[in-house]
Design a protein around this ligand. Sequence first.
Ligand code: NAD
Length: 484
Amino acid sequence: MHNYLQEKYGLFIDGSWVDAHRKETFKVINPSTGEELCCCAEASREDVDKAVQAAWKAFQSYKKTSPVERSALLHRIADAMTAQVDKLAMVECLDTGKLYKEAKSDILFAADFYRYCAGAIMTYEGKASVINDTTMSLILREPIGVVGQIVPWNVPFVVGAWKLGPALAVGCTTVVKPSRYASLGMLEFMRCIEDIVPAGVINIVTGSGSRCGQYLLEHPGLRKLSFTGSTEVGRVVGEAAARKIIPVTLELGGKSVNIIFPDSDRDKVKSGLRAFLVNAAQVCSAGSRLFLHEEIYDEILAMAVDLFNSIKVGLPWEEESQMGALCYKGHFEKVMNYVALGLAEGARLACGGTRVTENGLDKGNFMRPTILADVTNEMRVAREEIFGPVLVVIKFRDEEEVIRMANDNSYGLSGAVYTRDLNRAIRVARGVETGRMWINAYGDISTTGVIFGGCKESGIGREGHWLSFDHYTQIKSIVINLAK
Ligand code: NAD
């Protein structure tokens, strides 16, 4: 399996693979087995500076390319990653503990988004307006320049596409920093497209957040920051952008609601509950607060427990596995601690709650899908993002109460409501303070081209849609004197 990987990965700067200036590296650990997979370069301030300079050099010619040329480039990227999807999926699976089939679906989703950007850029236009008989103004959307893009470990291909697709479409060049817990996907993706992309247009620096990430934030040469990750680090990124007076997109954490009414379609509810466990529930938009109406509390809880108990936790590259490993040891321990915290707060363990060690899983970060029942909205397990396979279940009496409880949380990323009453569905969807609401689905239907992003402490800005082209461009107005 390991012949999919290089022994050592460098940084990708100005179209070439290079060692880190200070020759420092970090080890990459397979979260399913605990073994060392390879090592990656730990970028220093000098490396980040070289990457930003390379991106500026490339910008001078890339900004002049036509939408047709950039559209063709995005199509070639999508085709290349689709052609190598099996290899890329295996690398992602080894690196992150995500199921091979889930990694494959992330990569194909990302490829579709590059195609979406390829199409959308062909119709992206400025404006012209007639001010009066002798004055006219043109409104141009110009690429903003070199951007810094910081990616988390949970869905690097998807988040990478949501950032790279729009930047490349409008004519920006970029320095990308993946998470040190999931750098290999981005690095192998770059190896797969390196002959297609002009030198310096995409530069990749790897390393820790507190060093490599921080150097990127502090670099004076960036014209925009785009960050996806935790709310805690999002604040640091927002402050860095404020100091530089540059725009910032922040896609942050969530504690999203999944609201089930008695008249809901049970098959759809079950499908949405199953979707919660995709990527071992390490998904920012996961419906991690399950609100059940009091009339169906016992019935749906029993359904969820049966479903969770039936999930086969296993090595992520094995076909029959239904849930893989958590991405790294420190995160695994954090999630397990939340189970203990929930029990101490008075929640009831309805299923799971333990590590999985049998069948050769003892060295990996495997845990059973877990449900904490009888949770109240005030408990920390209901308020804080756990970011793992721990579902908390809360009872509600009526529509007003559930909307109030849904909104009594600092996050506002996603959510769903299940009911056959369309008016109620729309009322609840409108009432919940969140960037996205699903009706009668939750992450279990395709969303390519559907806008995504959060409100409150879940972030600022939107991705996954051509509207984010606006975040990578700036407006210039040209005013013309038409007088004779
Ligand atoms: P994280 O905030 O720890 O790290 C995210 C990225 O920031 C990583 O590349 C990391 O190396 C870097 N980083 C860390 N400290 C930094 C610093 N001081 N300066 C610059 N960069 C720094 O988040 P994570 O653990 O990688 O990802 C999980 C979080 O991401 C969860 O909160 C999840 O909800 C969120 N997320 C949000 C979305 C969304 O679209 N809203 C999508 C995926 C994940």
